[in-house]
Design a protein around this ligand. Structure first.
Ligand code: FES
Length: 146
């Protein structure tokens, strides 16, 4: 299995690890099939994501994708943040091996869960945002290892 230099860099030196104490939104998602868990904290002011942090109990690709996802979301408006899909995270990391694509889905879902929490707390509706699931493996197929 081959990882890009960017994946290795974000795995070895993850950005934005930690918590935000007075976070505007917090989201936790897991994948019961691999057992990995990701928690994302967002600080949102005036519709802008001012800060993002994460804690990931998971594989290297999960750490790298949460690092990149939190980097990408900082400074974005909420609507721009909704465009940070798992594909966008993977592209920013110069790709992931197929067996590791689901790890980037965990990152996308964790961002969405934190945005959902923010929306709930503030009584707003974010266009295109669906209620998050705690276990993303219920909605996806993880490819078999070859
Ligand atoms: Fe579970 Fe990577 S193996 S998120």
């Amino acid at each position: 299995m081959q990882y890009s230099e960017k994946v290795m860099d974000h795995f070895m030196n993850p950005r934005n690890v930690g918590e935000i104490e007075d976070a505007s939104g917090v989201g936790t998602v897991g994948n019961a099939k691999c057992g990995d868990i990701m928690k994302v904290y967002l600080k949102i002011e005036d519709n802008i994501v001012k800060d993002a942090k994460f804690k990931t109990f998971g594989c290297g690709a999960a750490v790298a994708t949460s690092s990149m996802a939190t980097e990408l979301i900082k400074g974005k408006t909420i609507q721009e943040a909704m465009e940070i899909t798992n594909k966008a995270v993977m592209e920013a990391l110069d790709g992931l091996p197929p067996i590791k694509v689901h790890c980037s889905c965990l990152a996308e879902e964790a961002l969405h869960a934190a945005l959902w929490d923010y929306a709930q707390k503030n009584g707003i509706v974010i266009e295109g945002l669906k209620e998050p699931v705690n276990d993303i493996s219920e909605h996806e197929e993880i490819p078999e290892e070859e």
